[in-house]
Design a protein around this ligand. Structure first.
Ligand code: SF4
Length: 214
């Protein structure tokens, strides 16, 4: 049976956030999210009407229109999509390096099996969210490559330190909400506080927004 996905958009841009900032990337945005973050800038990804149904074959065809080596599966919350495991496997099978952006709350056996089967050709970025007190599904922890926290008016040092033991091994990114000056200042302050605990965080704004890109 043909695999069908609810796709909000597939587009080519540069990676604007996190460790791969600046690299040409194709983004596949899946529909749906289980959270409702106050400052969400992709609310159209879960409004229930801004998507089309595409087959796996069609998605791969769209991706292949661009000469990039990187594909980012994002959302919404991409791991909510029931058959996302088949998309993960197919993208990597086509020779792409796969970046997955998740809020870290959703995980299941199918996703785990897919991640194991494509290891090490993926990079899992988890952005813990205030709505769920920055909690992450414990089974996902060992597959995380990078932590990214949005620095908003509420986040505290204690929230970030929730995963303290992992920051020696995985990059920790602080991303000021909507690149606002007050949150850039707060992120730099948090960076300083983290350094006192020998944790080196990187402050990286949403570069695509500075450049007026998607
Ligand atoms: S998890 Fe992401 S997509 Fe979902 S509401 Fe929060 S910011 Fe928006």
């Amino acid at each position: 049976m043909e695999e069908i996905f609810n796709i909000v958009e597939i587009f080519y841009s540069i990676e604007g956030e996190g460790s791969f900032v600046g690299y040409p990337t194709v983004f596949v945005r899946l529909e749906g999210c289980n959270l409702r973050c106050e400052w969400c800038d992709t609310t159209y990804s879960y409004d229930g009407k801004t998507f089309k149904q595409l087959s796996l074959k069609k998605i791969i065809e769209e991706i292949k229109k661009y000469r990039t080596k990187r594909v980012c599966i994002t959302g919404g919350e991409p791991l909510l999509t029931k058959n996302v495991d088949t998309l993960i496997k197919a993208v990597v099978k086509e020779g792409y390096y796969l970046i997955i952006e998740t809020n870290g709350t959703v995980f299941n056996n199918r996703v785990e099996e897919a991640l194991k089967s494509v290891y090490p050709n993926f990079y899992l970025v988890v952005s813990p969210k205030p709505e769920v007190k920055y909690n992450i599904n414990q089974s996902l922890l060992k597959y995380i490559n990078e932590f990214k926290f949005v620095v908003d008016e509420y986040i505290t040092l204690k929230d970030i330190l929730k995963y303290e033991s992992l920051y020696k091994l995985k990059p920790l990114i602080l991303q000021p909400e909507r690149n606002k000056k007050e949150f850039i200042k707060k992120a730099l302050k948090l960076q300083e506080e983290l350094l006192k605990k020998d944790i080196e965080a990187r402050v990286i704004p949403q570069c695509q927004k500075f450049m007026g890109l998607m």
